[in-house]
Design a protein around this ligand. Sequence first.
Ligand SMILES: [Zn+2]
Length: 114
Amino acid sequence: MHEMSYMIKFINMAEEAAAKQPDARISSISVKVGEMTGVLPEYLEKYFPEAAAGTRCEGASLHIESVPVTVRCNSCGNVYHPCRQNDYRCPECNSIEAEYQNGRELELSSIELA
Ligand SMILES: [Zn+2]
């Protein structure tokens, strides 16, 4: 379970982002989690209250945006979601050569202060 350590990392990032307004309460934090990372949003949610206890994020609401994997085909430029159904190949030209576009995100997208 890496989710606890990622959750702590997100909380540290949120506190850093709020450092200039030390009197404000952090009321919500939003994070982006790519499908490729293997980090499960439900575990982040589960660990959040424990990870946030005693920090400025305690009591804040957590919003998780799950980012699906997409790749761009090197042959024809088609953007697709590689999966078992298409055998991880481009559905347009059947090429297996592709570059990852999305799905590796593990970032704080925004915080709200109250
Ligand atoms: Zn293609």
